[in-house]
Design a protein around this ligand. Structure first.
Ligand SMILES: [Zn+2]
Length: 264
């Protein structure tokens, strides 16, 4: 079979699977509001995650309930939406200055609807319209520019994360807030990084750092690192903030905490 025929067949299988997942009412997406039978898995789902990471209580995405079959939102966007809604934070985006790095599609739409005074969307490798090239370790804005900084699932990819944290802190206004979600291994005390044998072997890297392009596995010292950069750090749990939201039904990871950083 030639390449195009293989692609067509793959896409037909994918469309069929998405259609089947879209039937029923077992799950609900908080972004598009649709009910359906099943969220799509991320790659092989949680079963494919290494025993090592499971043992360390590695917590980030919900690999088994990842994509919505209708709007293609992913679990972390949905969780963020629910957390922010519950805390009443979205209102404060109206008229605010916002920096959003590695911006998520549905969060962009939400923020734009709130009419911030300044909304900068940046990525090291921008691919979406309206997103500009920004390196988190060298943010081209003066000190104290932004009321809000959103930078989710970026720091685990950045070789000099201490410098990125200092930059994120620097551009935040006094009293401003930053959301810096990242996967953390809750049973690992000290972050694993700078291991040439892991970094040079894609399989080892996936099993140890969780993804082929992660440069580290954060342990519990992640929170200390944020504090060293100047942030005050609070974590809020799903159970505490969203007791009425069944994580399974809504396709979010009930163990994922909101990591809220402020500049006091
Ligand atoms: Zn959806």
């Amino acid at each position: 079979m030639d390449y195009q025929a293989t692609q067509n067949r793959l896409s037909l299988t994918r469309r069929l699977r998405r259609w089947v997942n879209g039937l029923g009412r077992r799950h609900r997406c908080c972004i598009c509001g649709k009910h359906f039978h099943r969220f799509s898995k991320f790659q092989g789902g949680w079963d494919a995650v290494s025993p090592y990471l499971k043992e360390l209580k590695w917590t980030g995405s919900d690999f088994d309930h990842f994509w919505c079959p209708f709007c293609r939102s992913h679990d972390r966007e949905r969780h963020m939406m629910l957390f922010m809604e519950k805390l009443g934070y979205w209102e404060s985006f109206s008229g605010a200055a916002v920096l959003h790095l590695a911006p998520e599609k549905w969060i962009i739409q939400k923020i734009e609807s709130l009419q911030p005074a300044q909304y900068v969307k940046g990525d090291l490798f921008p691919s979406r319209e309206g997103v500009v090239k920004i390196d988190a370790t060298d943010i081209p804005f003066p000190d104290g520019t932004f009321d809000w900084v959103l930078c989710n699932h970026v720091l685990e990819h950045v070789p000099d994360d201490a410098r990125a944290m200092r930059e994120l802190f620097r551009v935040l206004k006094k009293g401003g807030r930053a959301i810096l979600q990242t996967p953390v291994a809750y049973r690992l005390e000290t972050t694993r990084e700078n291991e040439p044998d892991v970094l040079s072997d894609p399989e080892k890297r996936l099993a140890t750092y969780g993804q082929e392009d992660h440069v580290r596995l954060y342990g519990m010292d992640f929170f200390e690192r944020l504090k060293t950069a100047g942030f005050s750090v609070t974590t809020r749990t799903h159970a505490e903030l969203l007791p009425d939201i069944d994580p399974l039904r809504y396709g979010v990871n009930g163990d994922e905490e909101l990591i809220l950083c402020t500049k006091n």
